[in-house]
Design a protein around this ligand. Structure first.
Ligand SMILES: [Fe+2]
Length: 386
């Protein structure tokens, strides 16, 4: 069966690419943007740089700067109200995955009405909404190139996965210079998120030759540069590699899907407010150990792409090196266990059945090389706790 590939129509990639914002808008015939961002970016100087560029091109803009990490239906509702009477023709999302995902949610609801939960996977989104130009400031969720948004339902605390062409930005500006000021923890968490995207896209049951190349490329870039990006924030080659890795990993998983790590990570994030990349990192070594026997060759390829195994090395030994490297990476980047993060054991245990059922319902575990039962998911949650 042919792979169906979704990507943005236009991308400006490289240091200083932010300057291309007005020309990208002109190429897409857009002239009245609502900028969607968070209070940090609004105060950091990055928003000012973008608005000065728009002013210079005589493009009238407005700003919604109230996005929160882990976007909620409530914040998206407020954003949609702003869209109703603004006469906007586009959204310019500047920030981490949360701001980009918020813009996606706003675009979908503005065009389709109803509630965000009406469009939860596997529901279809009937209408494409306002075009989005996504400008990531982390490297990153890859949301600038994906057909997904993840939104927390304010009423139920569920982290919902929403997917479709309507969620894919029309254009992306991938400018690693915007990440030079990212603090260490954010660099580490978003970097491991990207690595998880690449690994899961590569081992996914929906992987295809197109996404395989992107995923291998991303794994190589991220594995070789993540530690440097953390310890030397101003290291431009490392920042550039991490940004390219994040975006190519995004293109890979958008078209091959993520798998069990992401499926199990979303409930941890929703119930215990663990940053997304961090909850992935907590799970990645244990889930790789669980899944590898079902796709030994594919995981061995990951070890080779990351440069932790030799090209000619046997698969069993390459996979052992991969698991070692993932554990070492967690140690080096100071990734805590759920327990060390301060998650209460009894509350965690009590929620395990709900977390397992939400993980399965998201559909992501079905893409895993080894598809777990509910009991196996609960057991994996228990295993990573300590
Ligand atoms: Fe992710």
């Amino acid at each position: 069966m042919a792979a169906l590939i979704t990507t943005p129509r236009l991308m400006a990639v490289g240091g200083g690419a932010l300057a291309d914002l007005p020309s990208l808008m002109a190429r897409l015939g857009l002239s009245r943007p609502l900028i969607v961002t968070d209070p940090y970016i609004a105060g950091s100087g990055i928003l000012d740089r973008a608005t000065r560029l728009l002013d210079g091109a005589r493009i009238a803009w407005s700003v919604f700067s109230d996005t929160v990490s882990d976007p909620t239906t409530e914040v998206i509702g407020t954003g949609v109200e702003l869209l109703r009477d603004g006469g906007f023709d586009s959204l310019v999302a500047i920030g981490g995955g949360s701001s980009i995902d918020t813009a996606k949610g706003m675009s979908v609801l503005f065009a389709n009405g109803g509630q965000m939960r009406d469009y939860k996977v596997p529901a279809e989104i009937p209408q494409a909404g306002l075009p989005i130009i996504a400008i990531p400031t982390t490297a990153g969720t890859g949301s600038e190139v994906t057909r997904f948004t993840v939104v927390t339902d304010t009423e139920t605390d569920e982290k919902m996965l929403i997917a479709g062409l309507a969620c894919c930005p029309s254009a992306a500006i991938v400018d690693y210079e915007l990440t030079l000021t990212m603090p260490l923890r954010l660099t580490a968490d978003t970097g491991i998120d990207s690595l998880t995207h690449a690994i899961e896209a590569y081992v996914s049951r929906r992987a295809n030759p197109f996404t395989d190349g992107l995923a291998r490329n991303a794994m190589g870039l991220i594995a070789r540069h993540i530690r440097t990006a953390c310890t030397e924030p101003q290291n431009r080659p490392a920042r550039e590699a991490m940004m390219l890795g994040a975006t190519t990993a995004g293109m890979a998983f958008s078209n091959a899907s993520v798998a069990l790590v992401h499926g199990m990570s979303r409930p941890i994030g929703a119930f215990f407010h663990v940053p997304h990349g961090l909850s992935n990192a907590m799970l990645l070594p244990a889930i790789t150990t669980f899944s590898a026997p079902a796709a030994l060759e594919r995981y061995a390829d990951c070890a080779r792409a990351m440069g932790v195994a030799e090209e000619g090395e046997g698969s069993q030994s390459a996979v052992a090196r991969l698991i070692d490297e993932l554990r070492r990476l967690n140690d080096d980047l100071k990734v805590p266990t759920p327990r060390a993060y301060g998650i209460d054991r009894s509350r965690y245990d009590e929620l395990l059945p709900v977390m397992a059922s939400q993980a399965l319902a998201s559909g992501s575990p079905a893409n895993n090389p080894r598809v777990p039962t509910t009991d196996e998911i609960i057991e994996l949650y228990r295993r990573v706790y300590e």
